[in-house]
Unconditional design. Structure first.
Length: 238
């Protein structure tokens, strides 16, 4: 998918570059001994419009691959473990936990699924960066810890306005892990709002590319010796 995106962007840049450098803005559509018709094309505006269309492609790709819903579902189920090699009928019921972490595309289509066994803890990790004015900026993400390793709840980090929601998810996971009487847990991290922002940028970039390309006018010049007239007409590409 990423390779396809790079190929499309490369084709757009090459097309825009070739059009700006090689295309002739003057096109003769008819030429006879008594008549000459040619078209002056808005070369620069069309080329820049093609160039800006790659922003539309980028945000469209981001919209397609964006996963607005991440869900963690955990279940405890009884596991019968033999307490004696002699008496196999004597057993002790314990609870074994298994969690499933899924990422879903738009309309509920599943992107990925990870099975998590023996989840020990969830914690909130804080990352700090500085801007151009050396002011700290904080971002947050959830880490899931097992007895072997740790991995993020999602690959994204979140700004401060999502902190309360992230803390609530961490608290619910840890309460479930500490309370053996709870058999089921389902937590959802909903990024639909962020997805809608990406969709808006996609629409904006598409409209921007069309507007830039439409600024230029096509001018048709018609010279006719028989009628001794000159006709000029102007129009846009749409």
């Amino acid at each position: 998918m990423t390779f396809l995106l790079f190929a499309i962007l490369l084709a757009i840049n090459l097309g825009a570059g070739c059009y700006l450098t090689l295309a002739n803005p003057l096109k003769v559509s008819e030429q006879t001994s008594t008549k000459l018709i040619f078209i002056i094309r808005p070369k620069v505006f069309l080329g820049v419009g093609i160039f800006f269309s790659q922003l539309f492609v980028l945000f469209l790709f981001a919209t397609i691959v964006f996963t607005p819903i991440t869900q963690l579902v955990c279940n405890r189920y009884p596991n019968n473990i033999s307490t004696s090699n002699i008496d196999l009928s004597a057993g002790q019921n314990t609870l074994t936990g298994m969690c499933k972490l899924t990422e879903n595309y738009w309309f509920g289509q599943e992107k990925s699924e990870v099975l998590v066994s023996e989840l020990l803890e969830a914690k909130l990790e804080t990352e700090m960066q500085t801007d151009s004015q050396v002011k700290p900026r904080y971002s947050y993400k959830i880490l899931l810890l097992t007895d072997k390793d740790s991995f993020p709840f999602t690959d994204r980090t979140y700004p401060k306005f999502k902190l309360e929601e992230l803390q609530s998810i961490v608290l619910r996971i840890n309460n479930f892990l500490k309370n053996p009487t709870e058999n089921n847990l389902a937590v959802i991290l909903d990024d639909t709002f962020m997805g809608y922002i990406v969709v808006r940028f996609t629409v904006f970039c598409g409209i921007l590319a069309l507007l830039v390309a439409s600024l230029g006018l096509f001018i048709t010049c018609n010279f006719d010796k028989e009628t001794n007239t000159v006709k000029l007409s102007r129009y846009r590409w749409f």
